[in-house]
Structure formats: structure tokens, C-alpha cells
Design a protein around this ligand. Structure first.
Ligand code: RNT
Ligand code: ZN
Length: 418
């Protein structure tokens, strides 16, 4: 157990140290309090969801690992999320996929879903101070195939258009109920496994489907569109590529989703922030960790994530970004995965907020290249961790690795009995 007195002392010293650089750590703590992650519900059960008719996970994504104890129903998932939230400082949102509706044992096809199936979620959100975000689900369905919204078969296309429109209605209802926009993401896996020749046609169809989906203006939700490089089994071509959605978002005022696992290995997601924000209103993030491919490993405090958040802070764009997480690791304790990833994302944001950006920026403009590099190097070793520990104390959650025994206790008494 961490000694609170030591933590407060360490914080006071850190505060003075940062003040030497013109950084006010008390203010940063307030900013961090206002930093809300959108926790993805699908880490709790390897993207299975609660459809009565659920089949295997398909649509270019794969959850690997077979750690015991995944959530099997809505009650278990809710309990797991609340347990995870109790170990993460701050208040956070929950990002639901359509397949996580409260279907009450009924077969509800994707083109039949309504906000009724999410009433209990809205109630739960209200009771647990958790705002909701939403996603249409085009994978793991007999009509998913390799093409959904871009399928040349009008029947299939219309099915997914109907689904996605209904999801926008649901997101709008959620936004209204919580008095805050529900952020809805559209990701479709559409692509080709092998060499193919109809690329223009597929993209034309996807564009047309999106145009139909977005016709109705909605007050209480915001639309995001997420591209990627490739999906499993769809390696040769992706209809919804980064360029496709960037152009679509810029033209139509939509929000591009930057999933950090969706780019070529040497491409920097962080560098997209300042480029895109000159043309689109806002950004959605799916913070993940790709290992060799879009493997969706648990987020850690790595350089790509640090760079991403630093770019947001440096751009003065904190309020223009929605901070979703998107990984699914079934190989370790799933609750632990939530806590590690969420706390890592917060630490990255904290370190970004603690950067003496103003000072460094002035030096850069004055051509003081050596000083800029020296300061950026120094920042890496400033006592940011004392500030994070203080944040945990203030939020009444375990400091440091104090969450490990809590998770093990929950595993012993709850998840290992599943
Ligand atoms: C897939 C996308 C997408 C999904 C979730 C489940 O590559 O990242 O966001 O992970 O919608
Ligand atoms: Zn994603």
C-alpha cells in the first residue's frame, strides 16, 4: 500500500520542479480530471456481444487468447466494467457496439434494432455516471461477407444502410438521454482478399451508402468514420481506406476516427492530428497497440501514444478530440487489460499536458534548435509520475500497482467462477 503522506510530499516537490518550467501542476490535474476516455465494451468479452443468434467473430478482425472468465452476458459485462472503472481515476464513458443490446432473449436482426434495446443501458449509464458512445456492427453476421455497405447486391447494401441508420437513431436517443452528444463510429470491414478490379465501383457504392445514411441531421449524436489498411482475410484491398474517409470527412464535415492500429507500420498516427484538424471539425481516436499488424494489444505508455496526445495538446485541440480505446486481448485478465490500457492512456495525456509547450514553441520559432531538443529530452525525466500518483489519491483509486491485488481478488471471487 502506497503511503499517502509520501505521495503528497513527492507531489509538492514535483510541483516546484515543474513550476521552474512554467508548468502549473494543479491546473494540469484539473485538466486531467476533465479528460474522459470512452472505454470500449468489447474488451470484456472478445467482441462477442449479446445477440441470441450470435455466430463467430468475422469481418476482418480477430481476438486472440483464451484467458478464462470473459463476460457471458449483460450483467457480467456491466459488473466487469464497473469494477474496472473503480480502479481507473476520473470519470469515463462507455463505448457500446450495437451487438451489445439488451435483447432479452429475443432474436433481433440488425435491420430491426431500435433504441428500446438500449433503454436499460441508458438507465445504467445514468445510475453509474457513465455517458455512452455507440457503434454500428457490420461484422459477425450472415450478411457480413466481405462487402457490406459497398456490396454490389442492392439487397445486402440496403440491409446495412438500414442497420446503420437505426444505429444513428439509437445514438441520438442516447445523446438526448445523457444531455451530451453520443459519438457514433461507423467502421465496416469491406474489402477483398485477393486481386480485384472493381475498386472504383466499391468506393462509389460506399460513398453512396454513407450519403444515404447521413441524410438525416441529428441533434444529439456525432458521426465518425474509421478507415484502415487491411483486415484479416481481406488483405489485398480495403474499400474504406484512410484516403477515402479523409476525403469524405473533409467534404461532409464528419469526424475521422484515427485507430492507431490502422496504418502502415512506419506511418505516424500522431502526425495526422495537425493535418486533419485543419479540414475536419473534430477527431475520434481508437487508441490501440498494433504489434506487426492490427493486433489490438493492450495500450501501454509507448512513444506512438505519447506522440499522439502531445500533438493534440500542442495543437490546442483537447476539446476537439474524442478519446476512445480499441483493443481486445483475450490472453490476459480482461479487466486488467482495461485498467492497464486506460491508465496508460491517461499517463500519456498527463505527460503531454505537463510539457512546457509554450516555452519550447517560442524557442523553436526563435531558431534555438539545440535548446528545443535539450528541453524535450529533459521533459522525459521530469517527475510526472508523482503527479499521476497524486491524481490517483485525489480520485480515491489505488496508487501504482495497488490495482493488481484488487483485480486478482475479483478474479478469484467472480471471473474464475464463470
Ligand atoms: C476494426 C476497427 C473497429 C473495431 C471495433 C470492434 O479494425 O478497429 O473499430 O475494432 O469496432
Ligand atoms: Zn478501431
Amino acid at each position: 500500500m502506497a503511503n499517502v503522506k509520501n505521495i503528497i510530499n513527492a507531489y509538492e516537490i514535483a510541483k516546484e520542479r515543474y513550476a521552474e518550467y512554467g508548468v502549473d501542476t494543479d491546473k494540469v490535474l484539473e485538466q486531467l480530471q476533465d479528460f474522459h476516455l470512452s472505454m470500449h465494451c468489447w474488451q470484456a468479452d472478445d467482441v462477442a456481444g449479446f445477440e441470441v443468434q450470435a455466430g463467430a467473430l468475422s469481418g476482418g478482425i480477430q481476438a486472440t487468447g483464451n484467458y478464462p472468465g470473459k463476460a457471458r452476458n449483460i450483467d457480467e459485462l456491466r459488473a466487469d466494467i464497473l469494477k474496472a472503472k473503480s480502479l481507473i481515476p476520473g470519470t469515463h464513458r462507455l463505448n457500446l457496439h450495437e451487438i451489445y443490446g439488451d435483447f432479452q432473449g429475443k432474436v433481433v436482426d440488425r435491420d430491426e434494432v431500435t433504441a428500446d434495446y438500449f433503454q436499460s443501458w441508458m438507465q445504467w449509464g445514468k445510475e453509474n455516471d457513465t455517458k455512452l458512445d455507440f457503434n454500428s456492427s457490420s461484422f459477425s453476421h450472415p450478411k457480413s461477407g466481405s462487402l457490406s455497405l459497398s456490396n454490389p447486391d442492392k439487397g445486402i447494401r440496403d440491409f446495412w444502410i438500414e442497420h446503420t441508420k437505426r444505429c444513428r437513431d439509437i445514438a441520438d436517443a442516447m445523446g438526448k438521454a445523457q444531455g451530451d452528444h453520443c459519438i457514433m463510429n461507423v467502421w465496416v470491414h469491406d474489402g477483398c482478399k485477393d486481386v480485384s478490379v472493381n475498386h472504383y465501383l466499391y468506393r462509389e457504392l460506399l460513398k453512396d451508402s454513407l450519403d444515404q445514411i447521413f441524410v438525416e441531421k441529428k441533434e444529439n449524436m456525432k458521426d465518425c468514420i474509421e478507415g484502415k489498411v487491411f483486415g484479416i482475410g481481406l488483405e489485398s484491398f480495403t474499400v474504406g481506406s484512410h484516403d477515402f474517409y479523409t476525403a469524405y470527412a473533409a467534404k461532409n464535415g464528419k469526424i475521422p476516427t484515427i485507430d492507431t492500429g490502422h496504418y502502415h507500420p512506419t506511418e505516424s498516427p500522431a502526425d495526422k492530428v495537425s493535418a486533419l484538424l485543419n479540414f475536419v471539425p473534430e477527431l475520434m481516436l481508437h487508441v490501440s497497440r498494433p504489434i506487426r499488424w492490427d493486433s489490438d494489444h493492450v495500450t501501454i505508455m509507448d512513444d506512438p501514444t505519447l506522440d499522439l496526445f502531445s500533438e493534440i495538446v500542442r495543437a490546442g485541440a483537447l476539446e476537439r478530440v474524442h478519446y476512445g480505446l480499441d483493443y481486445f486481448d483475450g490472453a490476459i485478465n480482461r479487466l486488467g487489460a482495461y485498467v492497464i490500457g486506460s491508465r496508460a492512456a491517461q499517463k500519456c495525456m498527463l505527460r503531454a499536458l505537463l510539457e512546457p509547450s509554450k516555452k519550447i514553441s517560442e524557442m523553436e520559432i526563435a531558431g534555438k534548435g539545440f535548446q528545443v531538443l535539450a528541453l524535450l529530452e529533459e521533459c522525459k525525466a521530469l517527475p510526472w509520475n508523482a503527479v499521476y500518483d497524486m491524481f490517483c489519491v485525489k480520485n480515491n483509486v489505488p496508487v501504482g500497482d495497488g490495482f493488481i491485488p484488487e483485480i486478482l481478488k475479483y478474479e478469484y471471487s467472480v471471473t474464475s467462477n464463470r
